[in-house]
Write a protein that binds this ligand. Structure first.
Ligand code: SAH
Length: 240
């Protein structure tokens, strides 16, 4: 498969069909709003660990940014943010929100592989959250992220592990019982184990920096980070 074809529009349309809900904190993307402070802080920490300073004044790329929930929060922390997504309606929603909130974020409808051809070595930090489990070829995405980073650059990824517990929590629990997500949002076969993600990252040339699990209590609606990575998790890797 060529890089230009590394997108599944059946997957992307699941998001563009809901594009008017990106900024509704109680809408289809409520969970992404809820977990955002946790992941934002983790991205800051990972950047500090590698670069001795957080994301303020850094060049940050948010791959598969959707309506820009994370991009927006990183810009508020002082980062110079580029957000890319292949869903036109997602980028449109992100641009409208940036305009309304007086933010300057470079939102573009372009693939990460395409951007890597013109912007190699330009970013301090790249984030790619909750996207890899929707693409045909995750390796190609991670290769492009490697190209786009400066040496000592940090890539932060998040996705869903693949095992019986992840099936139960991320699909049965989140889509059918709690209805946190629309039915069909996730395809179990596309979930990625931490070992697989390690292998993708290593093949691109990255070194592992950190790994953490993202947890949720549906009764208290609390979200927290913990070592257990059985279901949702984030991984930070760096470009040596
Ligand atoms: N990263 C955002 C949105 C996650 S939803 C957040 O965590 O808040 C997944 C997003 O990935 C959707 O907006 C979808 O359009 C996008 N996406 C899926 N495949 C893609 C691809 N190949 N290239 C770019 N974006 C993609």
């Amino acid at each position: 498969m060529t890089a230009a074809q590394n997108a599944d529009f059946t997957e992307i349309n699941k998001f563009t069909n809901l594009a008017n809900e990106w900024w509704d904190k109680n809408g289809a993307f409520a969970t992404l709003h809820d977990i955002n402070p946790l992941r934002l802080n983790w991205i800051e920490q990972q950047t500090i660990t590698r670069q001795n300073a957080g994301i303020a004044n850094k060049k940050v790329l948010d791959v598969g940014c959707g309506g820009g929930i994370l991009s927006h929060s990183m810009a508020l922390r002082g980062a110079t943010v580029t957000g890319i997504d292949l869903g036109e309606e997602n980028i449109a929603a992100a641009k409208i929100h940036a305009e309304k909130t007086n933010q300057t974020i470079d939102f573009q409808c372009i693939s990460v592989e395409e951007l890597a051809k013109t912007h190699a070595g330009q970013f301090d930090v790249v984030t790619c959250m909750e996207m890899l489990e929707h693409v045909p070829n995750p390796q190609s995405i991670i290769n492009a992220c490697f190209e786009l980073l400066k040496p000592n650059g940090v890539l932060v990824l998040s996705t869903i592990n693949r095992n019986a517990k992840a099936y139960l929590f991320a699909i049965i629990g989140a889509e059918y019982v709690l209805k946190l997500l629309d039915k069909g949002t996730h395809d179990y076969n596309k979930f990625i184990t931490p070992a697989e993600l390690d292998r993708f990252a290593e093949r691109s040339g990255f070194k592992r920096q950190d790994l953490i699990g993202l947890h949720y209590n549906p009764i208290t609606k609390n979200y927290w980070l913990a070592q257990n990575v059985d279901v949702n998790y984030m991984m930070a890797v760096f470009k040596p």
